[in-house]
Design a protein around this ligand. Structure first.
Ligand code: GZL
Ligand code: ZN
Length: 332
């Protein structure tokens, strides 16, 4: 972890140096950059293919990216939100290639299906930076990825569950993130690893697609099937689905956080408020503020500098007491 943290800090430093360096090197013949962008004073055109606007986390991530890829930071940003539709997201990347942008940034909805369009970007000499989620394609098809360790988030959630509930028979239902997405796959894997051997039994697991409506609908189904008394614990892959589950549990006459405990991931404001209110029991943070690191990577890559292939941002966890202490001072 130390090494990875180092990489993050070094990168931020390097990004600052690059920006500072670039503004002082006044070198109009910066030809190192494929696609021509990145030279001094050149506006860097960037196409950003965002997943959509499925959750509070996504809104915070989009805000962070738009702030970092601003005109005053030297960028001309073309933004596309794909409404959680993978075909639309791939089409957006193709349009960026046809537009001849200097660099492309992608938050891939799902991990698979990216090889062809990433190869097309590479053939066009346009570097790709991934932010947030990852892809299964070979890592020589993109310059770098910046995001969170989703498996570690699942492990942190599972370890707390094992500690709190693992020694008594506990019936758990899971609200999974978007099917085929890296966070859904890795959070599930980490959580399952951490609860192995405990008395927590996963009785059901379905996708709520990271949305409140999705989480609410799946939870309504679970409550019809098992009843409030048949479920002890919900593991939600994100706060928005946990908030939907809270609505469903209350509508069924249950007390979320008491009759049915809830563990979630993200730590967006509404999730933290539910934690303070005692309706969620534990939240693992997933930091959405990736814009500055992504922008630094784009500038470094276009300036021909070596960059880390993976840049991890660290996360923390919150109990109800800890949330009460920090909720008013959090940036999102
Ligand atoms: C995680 C991110 C996930 C969040 C959800 O980095 O990809 O997508 O956990 C969001 O809230 O929809
Ligand atoms: Zn320069």
């Amino acid at each position: 972890m130390k090494k990875r943290m180092f990489a993050t800090l070094a990168l931020v430093g390097a990004a600052a140096l690059t920006i500072a360096g670039c503004s002082s090197d006044a070198d109009p013949s910066d030809s190192a950059a494929p696609g021509g962008g990145g030279g001094d004073g050149d506006v860097i055109s960037v196409g950003f293919a965002q997943t959509g606007s499925e959750s509070g986390w996504r809104s915070a991530n989009t805000d962070s990216m738009k702030e970092a890829f601003s005109a005053e930071n030297g960028f001309d940003l073309t933004f596309n939100a794909a409404d959680n539709d993978t075909a639309a997201q791939i089409a957006a990347v193709r349009s960026f290639i046809n537009q001849g942008v200097d660099a492309i940034v992608i938050a891939p909805i799902v991990s698979d299906g990216w090889d062809d369009v990433l190869q097309e970007a590479k053939d066009a000499g346009i570097p790709v930076i991934l932010e947030d989620r990852t892809v299964s394609a070979s890592d020589d098809l993109y310059a770098s990825w910046v995001g969170l360790d989703f498996k570690k988030e699942g492990v942190m959630a599972g370890e707390w569950a094992a500690e709190q509930y693992g020694s008594t028979p506990t019936k758990m239902v899971v609200l999974e993130g978007t099917t085929g997405s890296a966070p859904a796959n890795d959070r599930a894997a980490g959580f399952d690893e951490a609860i192995a051997g405990t008395q927590i039994e996963k009785i059901d697991s379905q996708t709520g697609d990271f949305t409140r409506d999705g989480g609410k609908a799946v939870m309504e189904g679970y409550l019809q099937k098992y009843g409030v008394d048949g479920i002890d614990l919900v593991f939600a892959h994100n706060d928005d689905m946990a908030l939907g589950a809270i609505e469903a549990i209350e509508a069924a006459g249950g007390k979320p956080g008491e009759d049915i405990h809830i563990i979630s991931i993200d730590a967006v404001h509404d999730g933290m408020q539910a934690l303070v209110d005692g309706k969620i029991n534990f939240i693992v943070e997933c930091n959405p503020l990736l814009g500055d690191l992504a922008a630094g990577l784009v500038k470094d890559v276009l300036a021909g500098k070596d960059v880390e292939k993976k840049v991890y941002v660290s996360d923390q966890t919150f109990t109800q007491e800890q949330a009460a202490e920090v909720i008013d001072s959090r940036p999102y």
